[in-house]
Design a protein around this ligand. Structure first.
Ligand SMILES: C[C@H](OP(=O)(O)OC[C@@H](O)[C@@H](O)[C@@H](O)Cn1c2nc(=O)[nH]c(=O)c-2cc2ccc(O)cc21)C(=O)N[C@@H](CCC(=O)N[C@@H](CCC(=O)O)C(=O)O)C(=O)O
Length: 144
């Protein structure tokens, strides 16, 4: 059952533009960052209840995805992190395909496994984690 609600664009211009190109082209344009694949995550705003759309690097394995709340190694989590904690039902668009998923924050060995997959997909994640004391959180998305 797709998420319903009013879309509220991100206050980050570059990310908002990427989301709008991605969705506006039906997932045929705006689908990479420096040549590496990107997905669009739709979440429900934890406070506003509005639909928030966030471009993130694509980390996929056997039909499951990981989303990495890296924010470039900033000291604070990106805001969408709190949306997923509050409402784990999300949508993920990968190219032209958009599906419903349940997001689950992972830790321990499971996180270590997915963290390696994330770094394989986007090596900068390793540099981001070195840059901050904050442990960069990771959610696994399983199809609903
Ligand atoms: C800028 C801010 O966005 P954010 O949710 O903190 O997310 C910051 C970034 O993670 C986001 O811009 C990502 O798209 C950046 N980004 C990546 N960010 C990552 O963290 N990881 C990635 O892998 C990643 C890849 C990527 C690829 C392409 C691209 O264009 C951007 C990429 C924002 O939009 N804030 C809104 C609020 C957003 C929101 O969800 N508000 C909640 C409130 C939540 C709360 O406060 O509890 C609500 O509506 O209720 C605002 O200031 O009004």
């Amino acid at each position: 059952m797709p998420l319903t609600g009013e879309y509220e664009p991100s206050t980050s211009d570059w990310a908002r533009k990427q989301v709008e190109e991605y969705e506006g082209s039906g997932g045929t344009s705006g689908t990479t960052l420096r040549g590496m694949p990107v997905i669009v995550l739709t979440s429900v705003g934890a406070k506003s209840g509005k639909l928030r759309k966030t471009a993130l690097m694509r980390v996929e394995h056997n039909g499951e995805y990981a989303v990495v709340a890296s924010l470039g190694g900033a000291p604070k989590h990106p805001v969408w992190y709190f949306n997923l904690l509050a409402q784990p039902h999300v949508e993920l668009q990968d190219g032209p395909e958009k599906r419903d998923y349940l997001a689950r924050e992972i830790t321990g060995e499971e996180k270590a496994l997915w963290w390696q997959r994330a770094v394989d997909a986007y090596p900068d994640y390793a540099d981001y984690q070195k840059k901050t004391e904050r442990e960069i959180p990771l959610f696994v998305l399983t199809a609903k």
